[in-house]
Design a protein around this ligand. Structure first.
Ligand code: 8NA
Length: 163
């Protein structure tokens, strides 16, 4: 596995096995969907559940469930969830419409909602891309710290996949 420049990954320790660990987050270079089948997955979407661009398109193709998600009537700052096989798939609702941009505040609230669901349901492994930091233009330096803060003092192991 090739290695990402550390500057793109934050303050991490590069290990011999190609994985990079830093605080609560572990980084793996590669496709998110190559993660262990038992890991829960997380990504960001809008309240309208459009999922017409970015990695959300892949989630829609793989897991469907748009009607099921819309029926949950989750708003920005909340988190919708699907159960697929033995895993939960989390949809962090960070904005109202697909054309909007999220705020750090709604992302934090959505992460808190996801954490609550993880703790209530015994989730111990969670994989995600660099959420909010592609099309949604947030800063990974800030978002990674936020994820660490929200999940500190939990046993949820978080892996971030970076292409
Ligand atoms: N028309 C629309 O529906 C529309 C419009 C704007 C944004 N979006 C989408 O984008 C928003 C989310 O933005 P975002 O910045 O959180 O997500 P994103 O930009 O889709 O992806 C976040 C990060 O993941 C990376 N990535 C992409 N594929 C993979 C993969 N297979 N494995 C690992 N990493 C990967 C991507 O390069 C980026 O750095 C949501 O609203 C979503 O629906 C949709």
């Amino acid at each position: 596995m090739s290695k990402e420049p550390k500057s793109q990954l934050g303050e991490n320790e590069d290990r011999d096995d190609g994985e990079v660990v830093g605080g609560k987050l572990k980084y793996v270079k590669g496709d998110l969907f190559s993660c262990p089948a038992t890991d829960a997955l997380a990504h960001c979407i809008s309240e309208d559940c459009r999922m017409g661009a970015g990695i959300a398109v892949l989630f829609k193709k793989k897991y469907g469930g748009v009607d099921e998600l819309l029926a949950q009537k989750k708003q920005p700052g909340e988190c919708a969830v699907l159960k697929r096989s033995d895993r939960f798939v989390y949809y962090l609702i960070t904005k109202k419409k697909y054309s909007h941009k999220p705020t750090y505040q709604t992302l934090r609230q959505s992460l808190e909602a996801m954490k609550a669901h993880c703790l209530d349901n015994g989730v111990t492994g969670l994989s995600m891309p660099r959420i909010g930091c592609g099309l949604d233009r947030l800063s990974w330096d800030k978002v990674s710290v936020m994820i660490e803060e929200v999940f500190q003092n939990t046993d949820v192991a978080i892996t971030v996949y970076v292409l």
